[in-house]
Write a protein that binds this ligand. Structure first.
Ligand SMILES: Cc1cc2nc3c(=O)[nH]c(=O)nc-3n(C[C@H](O)[C@H](O)[C@H](O)COP(=O)(O)OP(=O)(O)OC[C@H]3O[C@@H](n4cnc5c(N)ncnc54)[C@H](O)[C@@H]3O)c2cc1C
Length: 501
């Protein structure tokens, strides 16, 4: 007598890959599982433990929520349902397995934080106990367990050149369980449903629209405006949240860029390099994820950051944009409010924290993660450390906030927008109000707020005090030894990287 084995339920678990096209796990489920007659269950989990992690803020979950609504509309039009639950993954899968012992799970491998790594370990143990196959597909050329980067670039190029996967969503036998479709508690759903100040709504179609507008005309001044805190809002691609949460794949962007023409203008070549950096940085974090807790260059373990009674107050001023340095405050208020800041201004905020205030980079890294709508652990940590100067491999870049204001906000509009209390100052006083002579200040009709006369640190004085320490530390033997190790482990041989077209 033969017993019939029920068909396996194929669970497609979406995480930071919130799209329905060029999605390898979904494509696999639709093509392979459907051929075998397995029903497909698309799943997203709002995991309370991950949501409570201090790197995340409601801004992120609202973007996720918007992305899911867009996916749900498309799936429903094809006869499917996205199942969304508010549950820790282990608890959810334990219940699912009790109801459906025959499942397999497909997802992208996540280069995540300690909290997602721990969750994955528990989940693997659960799946092993139940003999459940969890297939994780590599994300955009990022490889697990590699010890060098000798062939990495070549493989990345090959992957980007392969055709993007087009999935017929009308094809599969969708699993639909109405009681599981939306299990997000009403109060949480209502909060997530609120629009965010970022003005960048989540969803696949928004990503593609933004990409098209960048490639057709917005890119023209990309190179010129990339460091301007105001102009970059329009001249940069602004694709980062869509890439970070997976509304669009790196390959879709790369191929759209290539189809824009064989002779790339300089602006688009610069953009192409950054797409490569995106994966290069995530690979660094994948290969050494302890970077969440310590400097990649271990010799910075004992770097003498400040430990005095004023650290807490200075850190709070940095986080709230109330340091008394106009450009620093404008940038922090801007990112706190909008979720976006261009590369140079992010770097300047980190430099101000670590080089001018001499505060440990680890005390600021989570604050900016919560603010950036595009928070991507694999880029954020290596970039934060690089700008803090704790890698020992990159040139130490100390960004003077007064010079940054003069160079990148020469007419002061950005500062006036975000620091209105000093908007009345003429340009020659706006960037460094503490230099206004007392007699001039006394004669002013509208006085300068105290904070801008006595900032937390005067940039020139502070850097004169700290420069020697910062540069001398780099010359230590242990820093150099570590730098050699890092280069060996993470750098791509120059012969591998062809110049961008
Ligand atoms: C301290 C610090 C923290 C950062 N944290 C993040 C983060 O959490 N998430 C994030 O996506 N970027 C991060 N960046 C990198 C960079 O600032 C943003 O990717 C960029 O400003 C996003 O704007 P855009 O999409 O208009 O970029 P564009 O200039 O249009 O670039 C296109 C894409 O390339 C990638 N990219 C651009 N610059 C870099 C870079 N320097 N390193 C790696 N990838 C890059 C991004 O995916 C970006 O969307 C950080 C930079 C610094 C200095």
């Amino acid at each position: 007598m033969t017993t019939s084995v029920p068909p396996k339920l194929t669970v497609v678990w979406f995480k930071r890959d919130l799209r329905l096209q060029d999605h390898e796990p979904l494509h696999h489920a639709v093509s392979v599982a459907t051929d075998k007659g397995y029903p497909v269950l698309p799943l997203y989990l709002f995991e309370p433990d991950i949501m409570a992690d201090p790197h995340h803020s409601e801004r992120h979950w609202r973007f996720v929520w918007q992305s899911l609504l867009a996916m749900q509309r498309t799936l429903q039009a094809a006869g499917g349902e996205l199942h969304v639950s508010y549950d820790n993954a282990v608890a959810f899968f334990r219940r699912l397995i009790a109801a459906h012992p025959h499942i397999e799970v497909v997802s992208y491998a996540e280069t995540g934080l300690h909290c997602t790594f721990e969750r994955d370990k528990q989940l693997s143990a659960l799946f092993n106990r139940h003999d459940i196959n969890w297939r994780e597909f590599p994300y955009a050329g990022v490889q697990r367990g590699i010890t060098h980067r000798r062939t990495w670039h070549q493989r990345w190029q090959q992957l980007m050149a392969q055709p993007a996967l087009s999935t017929d969503l009308h094809h599969p036998h969708w699993y639909v369980n109405k009681s599981m479709v939306n299990r997000v508690p009403g109060d949480i759903a209502a909060r997530l449903h609120q629009p965010d100040d970022s003005k960048q709504p989540g969803g696949e179609h928004h990503a593609h629209k933004l990409l098209a507008s960048f490639l057709t005309d917005r890119h023209t001044h990309y190179h010129r405006n990339i460091s301007s805190p105001l102009a970059s809002f329009n001249s940069c691609s602004r694709l980062s949240p869509y890439l970070a949460w997976g509304n669009i794949s790196l390959r879709q962007v790369y191929q759209a860029l290539n189809s824009a023409g064989s002779k790339r203008p300089r602006s688009l070549s610069a953009f192409a390099s950054r797409l490569h950096w995106h994966c290069h940085f995530i690979q660094k974090f994948e290969s050494e994820c302890e970077q969440e807790f310590r400097a990649v260059n271990h010799a910075y373990k004992h770097f003498p950051y400040r430990d005095d009674d004023k650290v807490e107050a200075d850190l709070a001023a940095w986080k709230t944009g109330t340091t008394g340095i106009p450009m620093v405050d404008a940038c922090m208020r801007c990112v706190n409010h909008t979720g976006y800041l261009n590369f140079r201004m992010r770097a300047m905020l980190v430099s101000f924290l670590t080089h001018y205030l001499l505060i440990d980079w680890r005390l600021g890294v989570q604050h900016l993660a919560r603010q950036f709508l595009d928070f991507e652990p694999g880029i954020h940590y290596p970039q934060f450390q690089m700008q803090a100067g704790v890698t020992g491999t990159n040139t130490l870049r100390i960004y003077n906030p007064v010079k940054q204001a003069e160079d990148n906000d020469p007419d002061g509009s950005f500062i006036r927008q975000w620091v209105p209390e000093i908007a009345h100052l003429p340009n020659e006083e706006l960037f460094a109000p503490w230099l206004i002579p007392p007699l001039t200040h006394m004669a002013m009709e509208q006085p300068v707020p105290e904070r801008y006369l006595h900032p937390v640190a005067q940039p020139d004085e502070a850097i004169t005090r700290h420069r020697g320490l910062l540069w001398n530390w780099r010359k230590r033997d242990d820093v150099k030894r570590e730098a050699r190790r890092i280069l060996h482990r993470h750098s791509i041989p120059a012969s591998q990287v062809k110049p961008n077209r």
